[in-house]
Design a protein around this ligand. Structure first.
Ligand code: HAM
Length: 417
């Protein structure tokens, strides 16, 4: 028996129907805000991520699935999609105007699997490229917020917000963090001691209890913003207030990816345990240039499908039967079976999901399967057929009527109101 790979899950049909419903809702919401779908490949040059997400981040340093192809190129299974979207947008031209993209799909990170964290996981996300307008930051946050309302998580979300400024601000902030953390190095976990040498900002999102007291006393990025970045952050907060979105300023929120500039945010849920971020994002005004493109500011977010499903749970009122009709030939008589097969063909071509038993079950068991899977049982017996009739049983209330088979086949929907 070959088992599945640790951290990679099958989404079985029972769960997949909920995923389909959520994905439909997500796409409709993204389209309401003017985003259009983009489908970047799952495999990219590893350098795309090491240059943007950052060599010193956990995602690139520890978690990326990399391999070389037959030509010796180092490739990676994408751990996220923002870098791919920006790469694609640069490649396609279209600069100068605002471009709004959304995506849904699998991402890969070699993390320790736990509730809400897997190695193949699925993100939905948006990226708006080409504008520095703080109203766009607020729009993106509003979109994440509204999406949670539409999928039934309204009222449970907590919006965490911070600004980490532009590259110059971050250089000054980095210096301040270095001066602060260096004398505390002994109090930090081994990973944070490494981060101190590489990128001290990464220490701020460490979850180790040991590091928390030191982190709490660290300098705050908002105190190192230049005038333009401070104005931008204030404008974002003003728009959020105008939109009625309550936020908490979180000075330790720096996000685990290096490409961010200015606004960073997370929408978290009290329903989730330790992995409480439903979605996270922010601005990345220098990312396009890191990839060799023309300066193109951007802002976006991504959220995890698994966490959405977890936070929301299955709801019994959503469990509609998968089929409209289950065709039940009463006997195995060849003529009856032939009629059943023709009836199935008619139903499907009329746009009605329909099926029958192929397992040689008894009549009683066929009706039981029908009751589980469909709204109507269409029962074909030799007596009804002899008179050109079909028994239609509404499986909800269990009421039955006999209709004319030829008329039914002419317009089945008319009989199933
Ligand atoms: P991220 O915070 O790394 O950001 O991931 C975004 C979301 O993906 C998380 O909030 C979480 O819901 C989900 N997620 C991340 N890792 C896992 C995992 N191992 N298992 C399950 N769910 C996970 C990004 O990826 C950025 N590209 C977001 C962004 C878009 N920023 C700007 N534009």
């Amino acid at each position: 028996m070959i088992d599945r790979v640790r951290g990679m899950r099958d989404i079985l049909p029972e769960e997949a129907s909920l995923w389909q419903a959520l994905e439909g809702e997500i796409k409709r919401t993204f389209e309401l805000y003017g985003y259009r779908e983009i489908r970047p490949p799952l495999v990219e040059l590893a350098e795309l991520f090491s240059r943007t997400v950052g060599e010193a981040t956990d995602i690139v340093h520890k978690e990326m699935y990399t391999f070389s192809d037959k030509k010796g190129q180092i490739l990676a299974l994408r751990p996220e999609a923002t870098a791919s979207v920006v790469r694609a947008a640069i490649g396609a031209g279209g600069g100068g105007d605002l471009q709004k993209f959304y995506y849904l799909g699998p991402m890969f990170r070699y993390e320790k699997p736990q509730a809400g964290r897997s190695r193949q996981f699925h993100q939905y996300g948006v990226e708006a490229l080409g504008s520095l307008d703080p109203a766009l930051d607020a729009e993106v946050i509003d979109l994440g917020w509204y999406l949670m309302e539409r999928v039934g998580l309204g009222g449970t979300e907590i919006l965490r917000l911070n600004s980490i400024g532009c590259a110059e601000d971050r250089a000054r902030y980095r210096q301040a963090l270095l001066s602060y953390f260096t004398p505390h190095a002994e109090e930090l976990c081994p990973a944070c001691r490494r981060r101190l040498g590489e990128n001290p900002m990464r220490i701020l999102d460490c979850r180790e209890p040991k590091c928390q007291p030191v982190i709490q006393g660290a300098p705050r990025s908002v105190d190192y913003l230049c005038d333009a970045c401070r104005d931008h952050f204030e404008a974002v907060q003003g728009y959020l207030r105008d939109l009625g979105l309550a936020y908490e300023l979180d000075h330790t929120l720096v996000r685990g990816l290096d490409y961010y500039t200015r606004t960073v945010f997370e929408l978290c849920s009290g329903e989730l345990g330790a992995q409480d971020a439903l979605l996270g994002g922010g601005r990345y005004d220098d990312l396009a240039e890191l990839l060799g493109g023309a300066p193109t500011p951007g802002v976006g977010f991504a959220g995890g499908m698994e966490r959405l499903v977890l936070a929301r749970g299955h709801r019994s009122d959503e469990e509609a039967p998968e089929l409209e009709c289950f065709v039940v030939p009463v006997t195995e008589v060849a003529e009856v079976r032939r009629r059943a097969i023709q009836l199935l063909r008619t139903l499907r071509r009329a746009g009605l999901a329909a099926d029958m038993d192929y397992m040689g079950r008894s009549l009683r068991k066929r009706l039981r399967v029908a009751g589980r899977r469909a709204r109507y049982a269409l029962i074909l017996g030799p007596e009804e057929l002899a008179q050109g009739g079909l028994r239609v049983r509404d499986l909800g209330p269990g009421v039955e009527k006999v209709v004319d088979l030829a008329q039914f086949q002419g317009d089945p929907k008319a009989f199933l109101a």
